[in-house]
Design a protein around this ligand. Sequence first.
Ligand code: ZN
Ligand code: ZN
Length: 286
Amino acid sequence: MAGTPHAPGRSGVPLRDRLTGVLVPVGPLQLSAEEVRQLWSFIHGDIMHGSIRRLLRSSLGLCPRHTWAYAVVEIELWQAGAGTRGGHQPFDVSILYEDLLGHIAEGLDRGTSLLHRHPDQVLVPVGPCRVCLDTSSGELSGLRMGYANSNTEALTAEANALIHTTTWCFETVGIWRDRVCPECDPAVPHGTGDPALLCRYHLARRHPVHQRLRTEVAARLGDVRSRLRHLTISMTDQGAPAGVAENTSWVEALGFFAGWGLPLYLATDPQEAWAAPASQHTDGGD
Ligand SMILES: [Zn+2]
Ligand SMILES: [Zn+2]
């Protein structure tokens, strides 16, 4: 694509996340061939199984790395589809995370009661990431086809180039830049920023989350979800085209579930993203 921004190559960007090892490091994902193969097979079938969908609800989708990786693999490798882009769109990802946004919003909106867990426990995943499990056990390796007769190494390189994902992030950054979780955002001084924008990790760390904040977050997630639904429909034959508000919804949804490391890396000017003094971001706690 002419004029496509090419982000990979910004090497040496320090990881300043306060939840080191939990959220996606700020940098390229560098997926392995096995990860790409697993995610591709996930896109092409597993997600539609009812039992898998139930497991995905309990685990709140995939881990942060594989949440973004799932979107990257679908966006980079999907060649043909309905909608104005004709592929290179986060279709299955949007369906999954629209469902999970509804699940979380509903859970946060529940009142507290003596009989039930605190409503913010809906933010805590139960069970491991399905893709981590499959790639680490190797149990399924060799039993499944990869991409039918395709060259796995070439497709992995194509996914890791992040061309289309970077384009999406650049096209929508004007909207999502002000909606980044303040605790994920290196440009926001620690302890400031709107708590209603917190991602699920940083929100969960505020346990017990006050009812007013839970209601605000649930309303925000409801808004993201309705735009995400519009986006999903725009990728089908019957769908009306999506505008920039809808196009940014999947980034906001994944930012909530997996932290903002990847879009910040892909679409933010490094000078701006890393302008804050490092000392603000190495204190390790709230
Ligand atoms: Zn994982
Ligand atoms: Zn965060």
